[in-house]
Design a protein around this ligand. Structure first.
Ligand SMILES: O=C(O)CCC(=O)C(=O)O
Ligand SMILES: [Fe+2]
Length: 363
């Protein structure tokens, strides 16, 4: 970070999309995008195995009365939450046509000329960074220290609805994003009681923890092809600072990988399923029983890739800690109390430095 009293100066960077377009096949990738060796980043980005993450049938899991296979789905879900921290969701109630429309609309946005995309910029007057909008992630200074990701993104707050900054929402995706968010929030609302039950907490435990001012952000990520996928990251290794993240990934181009026991695995894609990725908030509240997995995105030499993520978080003004019921003399608290707002602020700084913010919450 910058010296005391000096505000971190954001940097206006060209979109990676334009950079990728200018690079010839033989050109060097700019140094700021090349991950340094030695920090666990010096592999060739190739995973040899695919993660066997289970697919959970949401309608079966959440059916009233809990018979007809709900117990089978719940036990699959428990295993997924304790091991990968990832699972696929089928039968989630969202129309395939809505999911396709969301993907098409985000593709349409990134295909627009730069001038159009920049009408939604995350840099106010080219100087001040705001979280929402189109552009790169926060790059706090000109320092060469921070390795940049090979991605551009559009980041929008979708909940609470009254906080939406609709002027930042491109018209091509405005209506469909509203529908898509409604579908994802329904999935979230079905899952929260099921996850609480798996920990033998009250059904409403996580719903109460979320609070009335919980927020959700949508992130549309565009990963241009890169001539040297072995040198860069679409997204550096990180865990999400959320409660959980709902992801819709490109059906045809993989790239998401998850770390387990020191080994990187490819995360499978399946048309019209959602992928749910647990975040640090549920790891803390479950006292580490559920895992917030470290994951990364690798790039592709030929193909662009798109993903749409919905980040669900507890009310930023609240504090979280491991649930009382999960703590006793044999199971001491493994995490400190953290204020969501401060945790998320710390997340941006840690990600910029290539570090994991969850380490700061561990006792
Ligand atoms: O693009 C993806 O598949 C994953 C995105 C992701 O991990 C994130 O935005 O936090
Ligand atoms: Fe992530």
């Amino acid at each position: 970070m910058e010296g005391a009293g000096e505000e971190a100066r954001p940097v206006l960077l060209p979109p990676v999309q334009e950079l990728a377009g200018q690079l010839g096949a033989a050109a060097d990738v700019p140094a700021r995008y090349v991950a340094r060796a030695g920090a666990g980043n010096d592999d060739d980005r190739k995973a040899t195995e695919t993660a066997l993450v289970p697919a959970i049938d949401l309608a079966r899991l959440c059916q009233p009365g809990g018979d007809g296979g709900a117990a089978d789905e719940a036990s699959k879900l428990r295993l997924a939450l304790q091991s990968w921290g990832l699972f696929l969701v089928t039968n989630h109630g969202m129309e395939a046509s809505l999911m396709d429309a969301m993907m098409d609309a985000s593709r349409e946005f990134f295909r627009q000329p730069l001038q159009e995309r920049q009408k939604h910029s995350n840099m106010i007057d080219g100087k001040h960074f705001q979280i929402e909008g189109y552009g790169n992630d926060w790059a706090p200074s000109e320092s060469e220290e921070q390795v940049l990701d090979w991605t551009d993104r559009l980041y929008l707050k979708v909940e609470p609805q009254e906080d939406r900054k609709l002027d930042l929402w491109p018209t091509c995706l405005r209506d469909v994003l509203h529908e898509f968010t409604t579908g994802c929030t329904r999935v979230k609302d079905c899952l929260l009681p099921e996850m609480a039950k798996l920990l033998e907490l009250d059904d409403g435990y996580f719903i109460d923890q979320f609070g009335g001012k919980a927020d959700a952000y949508a992130r549309f990520s565009y990963y241009p092809p890169c001539t040297r996928p072995d040198l860069v990251f679409g997204l550096k290794p990180h865990s999400d600072g959320t409660f959980f993240t709902l992801l819709m990934v490109d059906n045809s181009v993989g790239g998401l990988q998850v770390l387990r026991d020191g080994v990187w695995y490819d995360v499978p894609t399946r048309p019209h399923t959602l992928l749910i990725n647990l975040g640090d908030q549920i790891e803390i509240m479950s006292n580490g029983i559920f895992k917030s997995p470290v994951h990364r995105v690798v790039t592709n030499a030929e193909k662009e890739r798109l993903s749409v993520a919905l980040f669900y978080s507890i009310d930023p003004e609240r504090e979280i800690q491991p649930a009382d019921k999960l703590i006793d003399e044999n199971h001491p608290a493994l995490y400190k109390k953290v204020k969501i707002k401060e945790y998320i602020a710390g997340l941006y700084e840690h990600v910029a430095r290539g570090e994991m913010v969850i380490e700061t919450a561990k006792i």
